[in-house]
Design a protein around this ligand. Structure first.
Ligand SMILES: [Zn+2]
Length: 527
């Protein structure tokens, strides 16, 4: 049996590993590399295997860094394999891959716009006289690159790319590629072994990371000898709302693991203990309501949004907050909340006791409104009554949350509630840091400035952060999983972490008696 590590090795994105045995080639995940555009694009374009060689793709969960390269694989001629995953993951992938394709498409539209604009600027700036285009005409062309202030004139841009023979950027994959990939999904149930190759069986166990997330045990018999590889995907936290904790119950025949491929995102960190986030949420909401303000929550569409909705529903049931309307203003989040609603088999005991056994859906209550159209969203921007709005994007880099900010940032009655990680160089991070600094200075002096849509806004709204919503287990939670699972593990390959996190987690594993190593990108090992 040969195991190769092709992605999320000494980094967190692009998860892809492969297992070769008895002539079968099984891919574990098929994730997108994310980060700097050019480098990510180059890495994403590399497909390590000819499509006809792949027997099956086993998918741990629907996060894009684990499934985002699927359309690149499935659109190749000769690709006929099944993509095996849980039912919830298959349902969520439908929307998340489509969303990813739209981002790829609009990314390349933007690059093409930049290419043409740069070319026309050069014509304007230099004294260089183009035989074909006068400087007056180039100015005119430039004015037509956008049909509205925020809408590119794509057809016109493509004409100019052709006319001036400029390089045309193409999306990594299209919405049609994403749509076509749906046909290859083969959803299965957890804990039941399925045949994935010759003499090869896989069993999925709940990973507690996100709705539908799984760990995968892959077993084979080679020359009469049993070999077992287990892949954790991403390991979740304990006591999170909605979904079950990481599984500690494994079938007897799955308990001897020759190689465990394990994530290490927070391998060197300890999260805040899972305090009940609900009282903190309650406080922020009450305070904002009392001053007649609006609570704006930028949130990722898959996971974080539903956790907040769940807590809000509980708070309303307990009469702990004033009954004001809640708006979910993100078409993607609305679709994914539906997926959450359709998979109660993944819910934990609390969700059953509080909601299902009483015939309630955790994501439906009188105050909640799911917004679909742009018109509804714009009407909400003008609403004067106190309310709570959840909108994308999670890091405030685009999406409808920006329009809520545009209308409400300069009103000190309002609150921006940060519930997720804000990466460096994102608007979300800037708002968080400037808001924090302004609060530390007791809100004295000029409010900090935020730039959006080419204008400046004063950040007078209060900025609050609720930490503790992470979907990844920290070092101790991952160790707890290893201990409680009671698995006999011969060796651990540490993946899915920045290099220092992976190395630190590897060191920690060794210190508690495991045989662990951190593979290199492209490395192959023999079992
Ligand atoms: Zn994940």
């Amino acid at each position: 049996m040969r195991i190769s590590f092709h992605g999320a090795v000494r980094q967190v994105t692009g998860s892809l590993h492969s297992v070769m045995s008895n002539g079968d080639l099984i891919c574990l995940d098929c994730g997108l590399f994310q980060g700097r555009r050019k480098q990510a694009r180059e890495m994403n374009s590399v497909i390590p295997y000819a499509p006809e060689l792949i027997t099956s793709i086993l998918l741990s969960h629907a996060h894009i860094d684990h499934c985002g390269r699927i359309p690149l694989f499935t659109r190749q001629e000769g690709f006929t394999s099944n993509i095996i995953c849980t039912r919830a993951t298959a349902d969520a992938c439908k929307y998340l891959l489509m969303d990813s394709a739209k981002i790829q498409e609009s990314d390349s539209d933007y690059l093409n716009y930049k290419t043409v604009k740069h070319f026309l600027n050069e014509l304007n700036n230099s004294n260089f006289h183009n035989n074909e285009v006068s400087s007056k005409e180039s100015k005119k062309l430039k004015n037509e690159l956008k049909s509205k202030p925020h809408r590119l004139n794509k057809i016109f841009i493509n004409e100019l790319l052709k006319r001036f023979q400029l390089h045309r950027s193409r999306p990594l994959y299209t919405t049609a590629d994403a749509e076509n990939s749906e046909a290859f999904f083969h959803p299965i149930n957890c804990v039941c072994p399925v045949e994935v190759g010759k003499n090869m069986h896989a069993t999925f166990y709940n990973a507690g990371h996100i709705l539908g997330s799984a760990m995968i045990v892959l077993k084979t018999v080679e020359n009469g000898k049993k070999k077992t590889v287990m892949y954790t995907g991403d390991v979740g936290r304990y006591d999170k709302p909605i979904i079950k904790d990481p599984s500690s119950q494994f079938n007897e025949e799955d308990r001897d693991i020759d190689l465990l491929i394990m994530e290490s995102t927070y391998g060197d960190r300890l999260h805040e203990p899972v305090v009940d986030l609900k009282p903190l949420l309650q406080k922020v909401i009450q305070k904002t309501y009392d001053r007649g303000g609006v609570i704006m929550i930028p949130a990722f569409a898959y996971g974080r949004t539903q956790e907040i909705i769940y807590y809000l529903h509980e708070l309303y049931l307990e009469d702990a907050i004033p009954k004001m309307p809640v708006y979910v203003d993100s078409p993607l989040a609305v679709q994914l909340t539906k997926v959450f609603g359709e998979h109660p088999e993944t819910y934990d005991e609390d969700s059953h006791a509080i909601f299902l056994e009483k015939g309630k859906n955790p994501f439906m209550f009188p105050e909640i409104n799911y917004i679909q159209t742009v018109q509804e969203s714009m009407a909400l921007n003008r609403s004067k009554e106190p309310h709570i709005v959840l909108a994308g994007s999670g890091m405030c880099e685009g999406g409808r949350i920006l329009h809520h900010f545009r209308h409400r940032l300069e009103d000190e009655r309002n609150t921006i509630l940060v519930v997720g990680y804000m990466a460096q160089n994102t608007l979300g991070r800037r708002i968080l840091e400037l808001g924090k600094k302004y609060a530390e200075d007791n809100r004295k002096g000029e409010a900090p400035e935020i730039r959006m849509f080419g204008s400046s806004y004063q950040l007078k709204a209060e900025v609050k952060m609720l930490a503790g919503f992470s979907a990844h287990g920290d070092r101790d939670e991952m160790t707890r999983f290893l201990k409680e699972s009671g698995l006999n593990i011969r060796k651990i390959a540490v993946v899915h972490g920045e290099e220092d996190q992976s190395r630190a987690f590897c060191g920690h594993l060794k210190s508690i008696g495991y045989n662990a190593f951190v593979p290199r990108q492209g490395e192959t090992i023999e079992l």
